[in-house]
Each structure stands twice: as structure tokens, then as C-alpha cells.
Write a protein that binds this ligand. Structure first.
Ligand SMILES: Cc1ncc(COP(=O)(O)O)c(C=O)c1O
Length: 378
């Protein structure tokens, strides 16, 4: 993250602020780098779309031969299918009306194969009942909790029964296991590797139990960005079909760049803001409230400004971010400041579109953040 020469704009006057900026050449680098991790075999990748939520970013990946995706919302699933993906996994257990919405997507996009995850026997019965009543079938992955404790079922007897339930129930087909290790974000590479091994050893005995029970696992979908290289190695070695599912790798951000420089991805999105006010000496107020950059982290970890390296954020409200800097006197109201979000995924969802930057110029091209909406058509 030390060379920020790419983070400059020859024509900032053409960009209203605050704005999300996108560098397609850097996104393409990240796609090539994802592919390189899996030895160029696109069939080992199922990137998550939640980071960017944009048709154009799916299309760049389709052009590189990646045609399977993971998503978290029905709108992301619809955006991805509409972009031309052949296979879309909703890695979010459908509940309530979202069960019927997923079926509606199947009908609307007959050339796309949809799947979802499940971790609860009663909900499995509801999903299966609905799809069977429609004369349809949904591929379902058992969501296995390998230590994150967010969703999923712990490997063991209950998980085995769930897999058998999927196999034995009309209206659904057993697609395999979904295993997300989002609790692993350790910066130290050696410790991260150990944590990956620990999570892996939670899951592997379960594969043995399934084998003993005569249950064939067609596919395992595993991991996010921090453990991507380990999953990529496993994908090549395992006697199972295996897909890696990083998402932040597409746009990258200051958070992952700071904690996981070992992964070698490039920041491909930024923020353009202007100095809005100079409230007292040593302070600048920028147009980066928590409606323009994600406010989920402590105030020091929301956005980085390579052009103001000593900036200390001290206050953020809906549309304002106040920083303190020894260089405040050098800045005037209206001056342009470029920033790198700490966490790009929720930041993208705050913007209606991204301004496309090519050859250090803001083009007239805008990529819509289509799936920031909760509903597109179904
Ligand atoms: C289920 C699931 N899979 C994959 C990912 C992608 O992980 P990352 O953001 O580390 O790339 C996420 C991220 O939230 C996720 O929730």
C-alpha cells in the first residue's frame, strides 16, 4: 500500500463529490491474480459479488472465464444472473418470502442454475415444500459452521442428518457443503495458516463421516479473501470438487491491504471528496460522512488519505468527516481529496454508481451499483 501514484486524477473538476471511483485496469489485475492463485483454472473459483454489486464487474470476470458466483441477497442473485452467469449460489439461507423470490428467479433466468444454503431442518422442509409444490427443484448446500459462529450447523450428527434430509426430500437436491471461515482475519501469515488448518480439521472428519454414511459430496464451496491461498491449494489437492469464494479481492481496500498485504491484490476503488469547511486551526471537514463511507469500524479505520498521511479522523456524522492534520493550512475549501475506504463492501452499497477512471482521467462512464437495491424485479 505504499505506492499510491495510481490514486490521482487529471480532471477532478468533472466529478461531483462525494463519489465512488473505479479503476477497471486494477479490477482486471485482481481477476488475473485470483485466477493465478488457482493455477488458471476458473472452475475452482466462485467469487462473491457482494463487494461490488455491479454488472460490469461480473462481466469482466465472465470475460476471464469465471461463470459461477456467490451472492448474499436476492437482488445480487438477480443482477448476477442478468449479467450472464451460468451458476449462482445464494450463500444466505432463504427464509420467508425470499423462498418464493428465489423460485421466481429460476423461472425468470432458465439458463442460470441457482442454489442456496440451508442449516435448519424445518426451513429445509419449507424450502423443499415450496419448490416441490411448484414442480421445481432447488440445489441446496448444507451450511457448515467451521468456527465463525454466524450461521451454519456444526459438523457432526445433526449436520449429517441435514445432508441426508436434503438428499431424501423432493423439491431439493444435495449440492454439497458451504464452509465460510470469516472468523479468520489474522494479519500474521503463519498464524493465519495455523487457524486455517484448525478450521480445516473441524471439517475434514465430517467428510469421513459422510463417506461412511454413503453420502457423496458433489462440491465444497469454501472461504473468503484472508484464507484464499490456502483454499486455493486445497482446491487443487482435495479429492472433492472444490470452489474458492473470495469477494473483496475484486476491489480490495485499506483494511485488507493493511492486514493482508501478503495476498497481493490491488486497491481498485476509491473515494473523491472535497474540503467542505475548515472548522478551526488544524482541522478539515470533508464530505465523507457515514452515508458516503462505511461507519462500521472505529473512527480511525473508516478511510485513509494517502495525500494527507498524518490525517486523524476525529468526528463523523451523516455527511461530514472531520480530520485533524498539521497540513490543514495548506488546504482550501473546495480542494479535492482522494481516499481509500477501509472496508469497501459496505461503502460501495452507499453509492448509486461508480465513476470509471481510465488513464488517470474520470471518463463519462458510470457503473451502476445495481444490487445495492434490495429488490430489482422479483
Ligand atoms: C459467506 C461468504 N463467503 C465469502 C465471502 C467473501 O469474503 P471476503 O470479503 O473476505 O472476500 C463473504 C464475505 O462476507 C461471505 O460472507
Amino acid at each position: 500500500m505504499s505506492d499510491h501514484s495510481w490514486l490521482s486524477l487529471e480532471n477532478p473538476e468533472d466529478v461531483a463529490s462525494p463519489a465512488l471511483l473505479l479503476w477497471p485496469d486494477r479490477i482486471e489485475f485482481n481477476i488475473r491474480h485470483m485466477l493465478a492463485q488457482v493455477g488458471g483454472d476458473a472452475s475452482l473459483l466462485r467469487p462473491h459479488v457482494k463487494t461490488h454489486k455491479m454488472t460490469e464487474v461480473v462481466k469482466l470476470q465472465l470475460d476471464a472465464g469465471i461463470d459461477r458466483y456467490k451472492c448474499a441477497t436476492i437482488a445480487e442473485a438477480e443482477m448476477t444472473a442478468a449479467a450472464g452467469a451460468s451458476d449462482v449460489l445464494l450463500a444466505y439461507q432463504p427464509v420467508g418470502p425470499n423462498i418464493a423470490r428465489l423460485r421466481a428467479l429460476q423461472e425468470k433466468f432458465p439458463d442460470t442454475s441457482f442454489a442456496a444454503i440451508v442449516d435448519d431442518a424445518d426451513n429445509l422442509a419449507r424450502i423443499a415444500g415450496y419448490f416441490a409444490s411448484e414442480g421445481a427443484e432447488l440445489r441446496l448446500f448444507a451450511d457448515i459452521d467451521c468456527g465463525m459462529g454466524r450461521s451454519g450447523i456444526a459438523p457432526g450428527r445433526g449436520a449429517l442428518d441435514l445432508c441426508r434430509g436434503i438428499l431424501d426430500t423432493d423439491g431439493v437436491a444435495f449440492a454439497g457443503l458451504h464452509v465460510y471461515d470469516g472468523h479468520i482475519h489474522e494479519p500474521d501469515v503463519r498464524v493465519r495458516g495455523e487457524q486455517f488448518e484448525a478450521a480445516r480439521h473441524v471439517v475434514e472428519p465430517f467428510l469421513g463421516q459422510l463417506e461412511e454414511a454413503g453420502i457423496e459430496v458433489p462440491l465444497i464451496v469454501g472461504g473468503g479473501s484472508p484464507t484464499f491461498p490456502w483454499h486455493a491449494r486445497l482446491a487443487g489437492e482435495m479429492g472433492y470438487r472444490y470452489e474458492c469464494s473470495p469477494g473483496t479481492t475484486l476491489l480490495w481496500d485499506a483494511g485488507y491491504g493493511t492486514n493482508h498485504p501478503d495476498l497481493g491484490f490491488q486497491v481498485a476503488a476509491g473515494l473523491l471528496t472535497r474540503v467542505l469547511s475548515k472548522p478551526g486551526s488544524g482541522r478539515l471537514c470533508l464530505e465523507l460522512g457515514h452515508k458516503a463511507v462505511s461507519g462500521e469500524n472505529p473512527i480511525g479505520n473508516r478511510v485513509r488519505f494517502p495525500g494527507i498521511p498524518d490525517a486523524v479522523p476525529v468526528m463523523q456524522s451523516e455527511e461530514h468527516l472531520v480530520i485533524e492534520t498539521a497540513a490543514a493550512a495548506d488546504w482550501s475549501v473546495g480542494d479535492v481529496v482522494l481516499g481509500i475506504p477501509w472496508h469497501i463492501c459496505p461503502t460501495v452499497a452507499l453509492h448509486q454508481e461508480g465513476v470509471v477512471i481510465r488513464d488517470a482521467k474520470a471518463t463519462g462512464e458510470r457503473w451502476r451499483v445495481v444490487a445495492r437495491d434490495r429488490r430489482i424485479s422479483v
